[in-house]
Write a protein that binds this ligand. Sequence first.
Ligand code: SF4
Length: 209
Amino acid sequence: MTSPLPPRDPLQQLARSCAACRRCGLAAGRQQVVVSRGNPTARLMLIGEGPGAQEDLAGLPFVGRSGQLLEQLLAAAGLDSQSDTYVCNVVKCRPPGNRKPTAAEMAACRPWLEQQIALVDPLVIGLVGATALEAVLGIRGGITRLRGQWRASDQDTPNLGVLRGRWLMPLLHPSYLLRNPSQAEGSPRWHTVRDLAELRRRLIDPPLG
Ligand code: SF4
């Protein structure tokens, strides 16, 4: 008698489905589909823009210089990237030349992102960079003004879907911080460590209701 098959992990199934996806033109230039890294049961999800060259080769998001800086900033805020976060991107395949994904590409990939949010079920979502802010909440521009401000999902999106009940915060992208290396008080890096610490505080002490 054969033993029953173990139940399939929905996130693994999602990764397999993404690996076969050709919904948009980015499929043609990819080495690998880049789905996620980190803890699939984390209550903090970080969403970036899309894979760069090193991520495309490794098959993992945020592994290049930006990823290394992100790890340092998370550590400075008391967070561990592997155990405390689930990290993914708006688009799962590398845009050529690291250009910004088009609106059509972001829309094509959105169902995968929504499935990730539904399955991981994070309380808090960090929108890493202007493209993530635009793709998830439809807010264009203003990342340096909006960073560090909580966006209750109900406040921004009439069609809430999987965002309902979650807390979202725009964050500066590590690639921007690499171009602005000052760590002085009031610098973009200084603010980002405090923004990440605020995400951590919200995880520890969520608001009632
Ligand atoms: S970017 Fe997203 S929608 Fe486009 S081919 Fe890759 S997985 Fe599919």
